[in-house]
Design a binder for this molecule. Structure first.
Ligand SMILES: Nc1ncnc2c1ncn2[C@@H]1O[C@H](COP(=O)(O)OP(=O)(O)O)[C@@H](O)[C@H]1O
Ligand SMILES: [Mg+2]
Length: 243
């Protein structure tokens, strides 16, 4: 289980996360919601161990998260890869880092699950589509089977159709592989469809944390109500536009 316990992180001389406590069970999905600047990416960096907290701790099953114990899927898929390397080399990097051998069978199976043509691996980042690059980012994160995968706005660079498709593929793989997912997203529809629990972050503090069904059914905080209310009226507009 991931446990973030009373975490405070300073950046640029001020607290950008204050007293954050969260848990995430194996195989489950936690959606972190909140406006730009709320501290979502800082939370991801702190969970990955890239930022040293001022106070508090991040643990997996009671121990600090070891290097390689978690993996990140970033927002800008093509920027996530070194343009000078073949995608295969970049994708295999987590195995190399752990001293594990290449695993062609697992790569083939994951490519299949992600509906990725394995020939993509022999291209460079600018020679695949953004949607393919994002699925290659998921492949890289999954390859060494970390128990926890962090997704920082993983679908926001994709068009709406590709978003839905990629979200479904990630969910299906999560059921097979059993990793815990912490997903930062602006997309409340995505969170409603895929998250088990939700945490709403605002100006570095948690406004509300709840089971997703409870949150979307009846958000308790004023800010949560605004978020869900805005998404509902947006949905109504979309349905009107489609009618
Ligand atoms: N490297 C940095 N140095 C100083 N302040 C930063 C740095 N990165 C982010 N911040 C500040 O921390 C706050 C949270 O940023 P961030 O975690 O990126 O938010 P979000 O991902 O929710 O948009 C913002 O006020 C941002 O300006
Ligand atoms: Mg961010």
């Amino acid at each position: 289980m991931l446990k973030v316990d009373r975490l405070t992180v300073h950046r640029g001389g001020r607290a950008v996360l204050q007293d954050i406590s969260l848990t995430l069970q194996p195989g489950r999905t936690l959606a972190v919601l909140g406006e730009s600047g709320a501290g979502k990416s800082t939370l991801v960096a702190a969970v990955l161990g890239l930022l040293r907290p001022e106070r508090g701790s991040v643990t997996w099953n009671g121990a600090p998260i070891a290097r390689g114990g978690s993996a990140l899927v970033m927002q800008e898929p093509r920027a996530a890869f070194n343009p000078r390397l073949s995608l295969r080399r970049s994708v295999l990097e987590p195995l190399r880092a752990k001293g594990l051998p290449d695993d062609p069978k697992r790569i083939a199976r994951l490519c299949d699950g992600l509906e990725l043509d394995p020939a993509c691996l022999d291209r460079r980042p600018y020679q695949v589509s953004v949607g393919q690059a994002q699925r290659l980012g998921v492949l890289r994160a999954l390859l060494a089977a970390p128990p926890l995968i962090l997704f920082d706005e993983p679908l926001s660079a994709l068009d709406a159709m590709t978003q839905k498709h990629t979200a479904r593929l990630i969910s299906a793989l999560q059921r097979e592989e059993g990793f815990a997912a912490l997903i930062v997203t602006h997309d409340l529809g995505y969170a409603a469809a895929h998250a088990d629990t939700v945490a709403v972050l605002r100006a570095g503090v948690i406004e509300e944390a709840a089971e997703a069904t409870a949150f979307f059914g009846a958000p308790q905080s004023a800010y949560g109500q605004r978020l869900v209310g805005a998404a509902v009226s947006l949905g109504a507009l979309e349905r009107r536009a489609a009618a």
